[in-house]
Design a protein around this ligand. Structure first.
Ligand code: THU
Length: 137
């Protein structure tokens, strides 16, 4: 995991270039690390029917999940208005809930401006007392 921080951040910043955000101008890239240390990237994909928009994080998760991946270690997220990110982009509530479904509480979330400038959190800090499938058993 240690060595993967800069790889993941770089991949998130690169994925941001593919963001389709003509309505908000808020461009987001994400890079997700699987347990086997494969990287899946994603960007936000907006829609004229705004509710059909998909966040960058969920794009990355759904790409990986649809290829059978189920265990994840970390995600890097880079987002902001056009240009390089001026602030850290934190995952929205829906994306945190998707993380809750597939990740353990120590899942690492890197919110990044540049390769050198990032903050690191754990899922348990981003979604305390999260609701999970264990409650339904
Ligand atoms: N967005 C993301 O991609 N990830 C988040 O966690 C927050 C929001 C996108 C969705 C939309 O395209 C734009 O940012 C503004 O909400």
């Amino acid at each position: 995991m240690e060595a993967f921080r800069s790889t993941l951040i770089k991949a998130a910043l690169e994925a941001r270039a593919n963001a389709y955000a003509p309505y908000s101008g808020y461009r987001v890239g994400a890079a997700l690390l699987t347990e086997n240390e494969e990287v899946y990237t994603g960007c936000n994909i907006e829609n004229a029917s705004y509710g059909a928009t998909n966040c960058a994080e969920r794009t990355a998760f759904f790409k990986a999940l649809s290829e059978g991946k189920r265990r994840f270690k970390a995600i890097a997220i880079a987002g902001g208005k056009e240009g390089s990110p001026e602030d850290y982009a934190f995952p929205c509530g829906i994306c945190r809930q998707v993380m809750q479904e597939f990740c353990k509480e120590d899942f690492v979330i890197l919110v990044t401006k540049t390769e050198q400038d990032y903050q690191e959190y754990r899922l348990k800090d981003m979604l305390p007392h999260g609701f999970g499938g264990d409650k339904l058993q």
